[in-house]
Design a protein around this ligand. Structure first.
Ligand SMILES: Cc1ncc(COP(=O)(O)O)c(C=O)c1O
Length: 420
């Protein structure tokens, strides 16, 4: 699928951009489709094809593309200017709203991307505790910065570079890893290592396909980290405002020390947030000695889009609807998938079709047939449905997906699975 114009643009892009793209996961072979516009649940390419979008920009667009309410808010803000470099009242209003929804957050800082949020949160954990080591989960993805580019999921795994070149060995010596859903491994590691500042994890893994926490896992992680006097960071950049308005911490009833948010929090504009207990957050400059700064941080355009989105999520029955349509999608494809040895799973509006068994950790995710997924991806695109182009990504539905869209997705997926 795609077409001549996309093919031509990709050929041209390869001369100017590494791999032809601005972010690796978009480098679909033989060529990605180039988007002209998008609205609601649909994305249109430069060759005139229209697809039902189940990628939704990898998570931020929970309300859909070009949501009228968010668009209006952005336009209103544009009238007043889009970057000031001074404080604005909305920073306070939006911070209050986030604190109300995430009681574990007593103070927060706005930054410009999820990567920046996790990078700053890790520095803060190190600065606050005075310790050097961090623990991450194998296959988790926390953005593209040095401390976390070891056994990293998402595009890093898709493109065969889970351990990035260019990261000093001395640096990642301080990044310890344990498998997800393995309490014993975490417990042993924390008992053996004294210099650990924090454990960072995606409470629900969304970058090594979709992997759910086993019964009681997150509560145990909380207990063990507290017993070892180690900070717990929930990276809720995907799960925040997604698995419920209050994220995985609300859904599973577990309170981290620090939370990172992004994606949905910016209403589709670049955004990251990190926040947590006041005594920890006050270590951030200028009130404390952990330095963090940004020209575009807390910019009015992002805050307006994010604030409008979160207000909308609070006022409307978004999560009930999303749960209903995502469950019906999964029910619609389960029998065909299972009869072929594949599996399916969803959580709220995140879902995944696994070419193999549902994994419970990264090692198991690597056993999925990612080649088969790519074959399926192209067939599905040919039928007008766009899934994220890798087995290691998660699919998303939005409030703008209609029941009719879901019926079309179900039909297309069923046909493709039968044709494989
Ligand atoms: C869980 C998680 N953390 C952090 C990031 C990095 O966010 P960004 O791409 O906004 O830098 C991502 C991006 O996909 C993510 O999924």
């Amino acid at each position: 699928m795609g077409g001549k114009k996309s093919e031509h643009l990709y050929d041209e892009a390869l001369n100017h951009l590494p791999g032809g793209v601005s972010s690796p996961v978009r480098a679909v072979k033989p060529f990605p489709f180039y988007t002209k516009r998008a609205e609601g649940s649909k994305i249109m390419d430069v060759d005139g094809n229209e697809y039902i979008d189940c990628c939704m920009a990898y998570g931020p667009l929970i309300l859909g593309h070009s949501t009228p309410e968010v668009k209006r808010a952005i336009i209103e803000q544009l009238e007043d200017g889009w970057l000031y470099g001074t404080p604005i009242e909305l920073e306070i209003e939006y911070a209050k709203l986030i604190k109300e929804i995430y009681p574990s957050i007593e103070m927060l800082r706005f930054v410009n991307s999820g990567s920046e949020a996790t990078m700053s949160a890790l520095r803060l954990a190190r600065g606050y505790t005075g310790r050097n080591r961090i623990v991450k989960i194998e296959g988790s993805f926390h953005g593209a910065h040095d401390a976390v580019l070891v056994k990293a999921g998402s595009g890093a795994t898709t493109h065969g570079v889970p351990n990035s070149a260019g990261v000093p060995e001395d640096f990642v010596r301080n990044t310890l890893q344990v498998p997800y859903n393995d309490i014993e491994a975490l417990s042993e590691l924390l008992e053996k290592n004294e210099d650990v500042a924090c454990v960072i994890l995606e409470p629900v893994m969304g970058n090594s396909s979709l992997i759910l926490p086993g019964e009681g896992y997150l509560r145990e992680v909380r207990k063990i980290t507290a017993e070892n006097d180690v900070l717990l960071i929930f990276d809720e950049i995907i799960t925040g405002f997604r698995v419920s308005i209050g994220g995985a911490q609300e859904l599973y009833g577990v309170k981290p020390d620090i939370t990172t948010l992004g994606k949905i929090a910016g209403g589709g504009l670049p955004c990251g947030i990190f926040g947590g207990r006041k005594e920890i957050m006050e270590q951030i400059a200028p009130s404390g000695a952990v330095y963090q700064a940004g020209t575009f941080s807390g910019n009015p355009l992002t805050l307006r889009a994010g604030y409008t989105t979160v207000k909308f999520l609070k006022k409307n029955p978004v999560y009930e609807y999303l749960e209903k349509i995502t469950s019906s999608l999964i029910e619609g494809i389960e029998d065909v998938a299972v009869s072929r040895g594949y599996s399916v799973q969803s959580l709220a509006s995140m879902f995944c079709l696994y070419f193999g068994k549902k994994p419970s950790n990264y090692q198991e995710a690597l056993e999925l047939d990612s080649g088969k997924f790519v074959e399926f991806f192209w067939k599905l695109l040919g039928k007008g449905v766009f899934f994220p182009p890798s087995q290691y990504e998660t699919c998303f539905l939005s409030y703008s997906h209609s029941e009719e869209d879901v019926e079309k997705i179900v039909e297309a997926v069923r046909e493709c699975l039968k044709e494989l």
